[in-house]
Structures are given as C-alpha cells and as structure tokens.
Write a protein that binds this ligand. Structure first.
Ligand code: F6R
Length: 366
C-alpha cells in the first residue's frame, strides 16, 4: 500500500503533482478567467457583500491560512484576519452576517477548529470550509465546502493536504476576486493559466530529492534550525520548521526574515543551519541582505530560490533551485524542499517518520 515507497510520507510527497491536478480538475474556466466551486454554496451576491474574512485552523492548516491572507487581501481587497482555532474560539471574536469565516482542516474533525466554526456560525456569520475528508464534521456543519482532492493522507506529518489547501485557497481567491470585481477576466485568466502549469512544476521540484538527501546528511547533526522567509514565504518558513520538529525531533523555529535582528540573530553561529526561502520577488534583495547577515556570523545558509544570483551562491552552503511560477503559487513549490529536508533528516536519524511520538493524525480532543 506504500506503493514501493519506504514511508507513507514519501509516497504522499510524491503524490503531490497528482493531488494538485485533481484539486484543480473541473474547477477552472480558463477562457472566462473564472473558477467554478461546486459545494461552496455561497452566492456571488453573498460573497460580494462580505466585509471581513477570518481564516481559522490549527497546525499546518494554519500555515495554509496565513498564505491565504496574502491571496485574498491582494486580489479581493477585503481585510483578512488569520487565527489559530484554539485562540479564536475563546476570545469572543467580532463576527456578523457580513463576516465570512473560512475553516481549513485536512481531517475535518479537529476539535478546536470545529468549535471555532460553531462560534462563528452561532454569531450569525457565514461559514465555509476547506477540507480533505469528505463528509467530515467540519464539512457538514459549514454553509459551503471546497474539498481538496488530495486523497487519504496516512503520514501524520501533513504534506499533500497542505499543498492542496494552498491550491484551494488560490481557487477561492480567484473566485472571490472575480465575483467582487477586483479581478477582471484577463487577470483571472492569467492566474489560472499559471495554475494549470503547477503540477508539472511540482514534479520538477521533486527532482531536488537527491540533492536534499545529501544536504540532510550534512546537517542532521545540528541541534537547532532556523527557517526564514518574508511575505507569503514566512508561513512556509513556519511550515518547514514544524515539519522538521515533528518528525526529526530537532528544535526548529520559523521567523519572518526581517525580524531576525530583533532577537534570533543572537543564536547564529557555525552550528546553526539557517534555511532561507528567497524566491525572486519584490523582497528578494531584502531577504538576500538577511541571508548575508547570517553568513557574516558564520551561520550555514541553505537557500531555496528560483533565481541564479552570484551573491546568493557565494554566501550559501547549499542552494536548491526551483522552477519559476507566479509569486502567488511559489509557496507550493517552496514547500517541496521543506518536506524533503525534514523527511530525509528524520530517516537518517531513524525516527518513526509516519507515526512520530506524541502526535495523532486527527486531534479530536482539546
Ligand atoms: C502537521 C499536522 C498538524 C495538523 C493539525 C490540523 O504536519 O499534521 O499540525 O495540520 O493538527 O489538522 P487538520 O488539518 O486535520 O485540522
């Protein structure tokens, strides 16, 4: 059932091109620049009337939510607040009938996320969910649902569920932008044209596997890791750090690259590997200067980028080169080396990759 792979996690990492293609299939009207989301069950009029969006989730799904904020604020011009379900549910959030609360949950059974849903619904808000498990509690109790078509995820560490959540959020943002009139047909079409190229770019990203395994050998002995990113890559830095701690038991932190000088820079020495997520976007130069700060202090830089830059190569111990895609979809590609690095380090350390200690696939208790 592992299809020749050593672990479910690796199998699921490799299933991503297919899982993403399935999540896109039948939902994209490329010519019209529109998205069709069966099951969303919120009319264009209702969606256009929303004045505020909450995106609520736990763990890896919360990282997807943080990426979703960038997509929706940029393309739909509506304020988005992201919160962790166990925080949201206890703080008497300000929700009314013009608030859309989007819950993200792979299992659809996470207790805190379900409670957050009930909190938002109880206050009269509209509620939609992004779920992987069909007919799960969160899917059933929401006004509308967008399913990710990742297929069953067995490995406790979420991989294909996460990248398909990013795809579902992208589809939702294009849909919302089109119905709110903040995206025109040509803009919608350009975004969808990029989306349909994503599965084969993920496939290309997976070709980094061998090089990442090499790097894993080199860095597996480290006691701590730091992950840095800016903007929509900051959540990927968080996700990289979470993957590593979950399955390899190495302490890791994700930080917005610009915050490094406000504290974590004190940790940097020759024993600290720093994974820097630095695609060629508007903040490229900013992240490069953060990378230089790490290098200057003897930190070992592992760069994840889509751009050949002599300065970057010179100051990095390892560079993982990804294909190019629009910035909105780049978080899907940068997720791949995060998953593979954590996976290979865990395998080398001999941990139980699919069933890490103390963790459950579905957290149905508070
Ligand atoms: C991390 C991981 C967890 C889950 C979290 C939420 O790899 O698997 O952090 O993401 O427990 O689970 P769902 O998405 O099922 O609500």
């Amino acid at each position: 059932e592992k299809g020749g792979y050593k672990h479910f996690m690796l199998k699921e990492i490799y299933e991503q091109p297919r899982a993403i293609a399935d999540t896109i299939a039948g939902r994209v009207l490329e010519e019209k620049g529109e998205v069709y989301l069966e099951g969303l069950d919120l009319s264009a009029t209702e969606l256009a009337a929303m004045e505020k969006v909450f995106i609520i989730a736990c763990g890896t799904s919360w990282h997807a939510a943080l990426v979703g904020k960038f997509l929706i604020e940029k393309h739909c011009r509506v304020p988005v607040e992201v919160d962790i379900a166990s925080e949201f549910r206890y703080r008497d959030p300000i929700v009314n009938e013009r608030t859309l609360t989007l819950l993200i949950s792979q299992s659809g059974e996470t207790a805190d996320t379900l409670a957050a849903l009930r909190e938002a619904r109880g206050k009269g808000g509209k509620v939609a969910a992004i779920c992987n498990v069909v007919d799960s509690s969160i899917a059933r109790e929401s006004h509308g649902v967008i399913y990710t078509h990742a297929g069953p995820e067995i490995g406790v560490a979420s991989t294909k569920a996460f990248t398909t959540q990013l795809v579902a959020l992208f589809l939702f943002a294009v849909h919302l932008g089109r119905v709110r009139g903040t995206l025109d047909q040509a803009q919608g079409r350009a975004m969808l044209d990029a989306l349909v190229t994503l599965p084969r770019k993920v496939e290309a990203a997976l070709e980094l596997d061998g090089a990442i395994e090499q790097a894993a050998r080199e860095y597996m002995g480290a006691r701590d890791f730091l992950y840095l990113g800016r903007g929509n890559q900051y959540p990927i830095a968080l996700e990289g750090a979470l993957k590593l701690k979950e399955i390899s038991y190495i302490h890791a932190e994700g930080y917005p690259a610009g915050e490094m000088k406000h504290g974590p820079i004190a940790l940097i020495d020759e024993n600290l590997p720093v994974v820097v997520v630095v695609p060629h976007n508007d903040t490229f130069e900013k992240v490069i200067s953060n990378l230089e700060e790490v290098h200057a202090r003897g930190g070992r830089v592992i760069a994840v980028t889509d751009h050949t830059d002599p300065g970057l190569t010179e100051k990095s111990d390892a560079v993982f080169m990804l294909p190019k895609i629009i910035d909105e979809l780049m978080p899907v590609l940068t997720s791949i080396p995060m998953q593979l690095l954590a996976y290979h380090i865990a395998v080398l350390k001999g941990t139980d990759v699919d069933q890490p200690r103390n963790l459950a696939k579905s957290v149905t208790v508070e």
